[in-house]
Each structure stands twice: as structure tokens, then as C-alpha cells.
Write a protein that binds this ligand. Sequence first.
Ligand SMILES: [Zn+2]
Length: 258
Amino acid sequence: MPAQPTSWRYYIECRPDELAALVKTAPVAFWPLGLIEHHGWHLPVGFDGLKAERICIRIAEKTGGVLLPTMWWGCLGGHDRFLWTHYQPLEASDAILNRMVEQLIAFGFRAILLLAGHYPWVQLLNRRLPEARQAHPDVLFIWGTEVNIAAPDVLLPGDHAGREETSYGLCLLPELMDMRALRPGRDPADSWPAGIAPAEPDVPGVVIDAAQPLFAQFGVDGRLATAVRGEEAIVRLVDQLAEIIQRHLTTGSPSPAQ
Ligand SMILES: [Zn+2]
């Protein structure tokens, strides 16, 4: 017989009584960490947060719990000067991260998954969460990106809007993508905030020629992406993380080494 679907809820849609009941049955909080930034011509600017959100939902379907609103106000990365990109001061992102984690623990959550779709979040997470884990050995903390969050045999490849992220997109949010937008010939003057293209990318390897189809990408050509490639990877990641959370809820096993 197929397993019964486990209930999960959007945190902000719950009433206090509902949250109290949920914390008793499935004290799991999922917090997707994103950023608003240019992700090539074919992906939405919220790609990192949306990717993390939809992976969290897939895990929550197996474990139950609550999904916090995606944290859009991240920092750091190689696209700061691009249009439609919003990097925040590091101290601001860091302060919200810490306050939220403290509150989630105080409110009774016993498994906290912080999934960063935007990779530089890990620098902040690695700074703060080891201390929280030490102070709260009964709480399972899992943090990282799809590239580094799971066991070594499950780790997914990553890039910026290239073949890997585009494959995850085709699997997780195809309705928000347009592969036909990967066409050449755009006017660079329309593609930079001040109309002046930089001479060099902030991070080597990022395509900064707006007339190129692969503008803003980093990694293998995003046109080589497939939904099958994305699905195969996402399923492995979701199964692994769901299993770690379920094991903790049933046996109270300690956090995996990070
Ligand atoms: Zn990304």
C-alpha cells in the first residue's frame, strides 16, 4: 500500500492552534534561502529561492512540517552589478538568520533545514550554525546548498543558470522558464543598470556579454539541460534529506556531521 501523504503547511497560513498542533506531530521547519538576481535570459530572477522552496516542499511532502517564507534578502555573489539583482548588506542577512534560528528553536521546532539555493549563503550558515548545534544537541540542524548539503554520494553538481541549475529548473519550475529566450543579439546597453557594460566579470567565468545567449551564466552551457537530468538529481537529494529528518524524529539521532 502506498504511504499516506504527510501533511505540511505554509507557516504564515497557520493559526496559532494549528502551529501548536503541528509542532507536536512534525516539529520540522524548512527555510529556503534565496536571493533576487539575474539568472540568465531563460530563468526567473528569483530562481535560487524558488529552487530551494520547491525542493523543500518535496521533502516536506514526505516528513510533514512547516515551510517558512523564503528568505529573499541574501548577500554575496558574482552578479551584484547586474540588472534586477538585489544584494543586501551581509550584516542584515546575518542578523535575520540568527534571530530566526533562535526563535524557531524556542518555539519548539526540533529539525531545522536551511536550504540555500544561492550558494554564498553557506558562508553565513557555517559561521553561525555550529554554535547553535552545540547549544541544542536535541535539535537536528541541516544546512547547505544542493551542492554540499547531503551525503557525498548524493551531492548534486552546481553552477549559475548553466546546465545544472537549468536542469533543476526544468524539473522544479518549468512554467516559469523560457528556453527560447536563450537567443543572441540583445543590446548590451539595455542589459546593464547604467547602460555601461563592465569590462571584466566580478567572478571569472561569468558571461558578461549581454549579446550572448549565455549572458550571466557560469558553468556548462544551459542549453544542454534536460528535465530528466534535473529530476534524477532532485529525487536523490529529496530522498536523502527526508530520510535524515525522519530518522531524527523517530530516534532522536544526532545531527549529521557537517
Ligand atoms: Zn542560482
